[in-house]
Design a protein around this ligand. Sequence first.
Ligand SMILES: [Ca+2]
Length: 468
Amino acid sequence: MQFKKLKNKVLSLICLVVFCTGLIAGSAFADDTSMLKAFYDFNNLNAGANPPPELVNSSCKGTGSAKIAEDEETGNKYMRMECSYSGNDQALVSYDKISGLTGSMYIEFDFLSENSYGRIPVALNVKKADGSTTNLYPLIIQYASFNKDDWSVKAPGSLNIHNGAEEKAVVERKDNTWYNVKCYTNLNNKKMTVIITEEGKEPQTFEYTMGVDAVSYHYLRFTIPGWSIQNLTPEGEYAKCRIDNIKVENFPSLKLVSSNPENESSDAFPAQPLELKFNNKPEEFELEIDGEKISNDMISVSDDGKTYTYKPSFDKPWMWDETYEYSVRAVDAFGVTSEDNQSFTVKSQPEMWIESLGFFDADGNEISQIANGTISSKMRFWQSVDAKYASFIALYKEHDGRVEMVSLSCDELEVEASTEPTVKDIPVSVNIPEGSEDSYFVKVYVWKSLTDRTAYAKDVCYGTRTLN
Ligand SMILES: [Ca+2]
């Protein structure tokens, strides 16, 4: 049970059919949502320290280096890379944990170049089907051009993007200015999107089709190669840049990871919601049941955006012994489509079966939040034998963490045997005082009789339901 304290009169409704014990159907979701997530802001490291060990090769070669440094004004720590003029030196930091990953990748980092020297490529290395590797470059910081007599800057250089086939200059390079770079890549549809934001300016978005066919990622690398400053820099000068807030996230290709009722199962029941869970958040979703498109207004989406639930309306339940075939089509943020065709079969009708259909207002509209007036809990009874039940409906409030019952009404329900279901309304009057800060909620119980609080056997009924 979930008691949620919400603002004003946005209060929770809880419907509890107490005789239903352990009846939430379906199996645990398969764990197929594994993804890599990494973030480095360097703030918990000491100035002068090496970068974290996952950024392998951080010891660098020759006189180039990558060390943690601190901004004296703000206290922010970042990774400072520098490389000398001489020969084959380079400063190199590589994140190899993406090796072998597929699908979509999100990379983000902040950078600043302290001077106009050097060509600083940020390489996203990818593997092709034949095992060879090649680079995409979300960013190449391209040196300025200089007047060789006094090394004054002739042209400021640029920020470039390389899609695997060609390199384009997209933004002017400025010294001592922070830029944020976000890069989305998808190996399946070869989309590459780079968003560059100069501090305090509007983001600029650049979209590409990758110039390579790749099957997996290999590494992400930040480098200053020594050759890139040779003969372009007065001897003794260094190329220097700062890198901070490196984020790496892998999104496997969108797919349906579980369905409830399970595919090809045969124990569904008439009011059972159809719940479809994806490994990632779809941006588009379409559901067709028995060839008929279901409006997305009829479908609810979980807070994380990954689970879609269709609940059959109370006057149009799934029918006993029927098989339902459905198709699901979803598209992720990278334009990758996932399509599945599945089915489930509803069980045979038992002697008695009771379903909680939710809460409804006086006009018969289903509601998900408590409001003043008459609220009904609808119960659907499928009976092949005559039966009597006792219903209880109670209004509660939660005040200072203590739950108090405000009102309770009970009734005897008689349900005659029928091949058709019988829907009963169990009403409660709600009167929440104006301006109340308390959380109010409603619970409904159905028992075998007023004195016999029998919990029915598992195959008799379904119905523990929580509405928020
Ligand atoms: Ca930082």
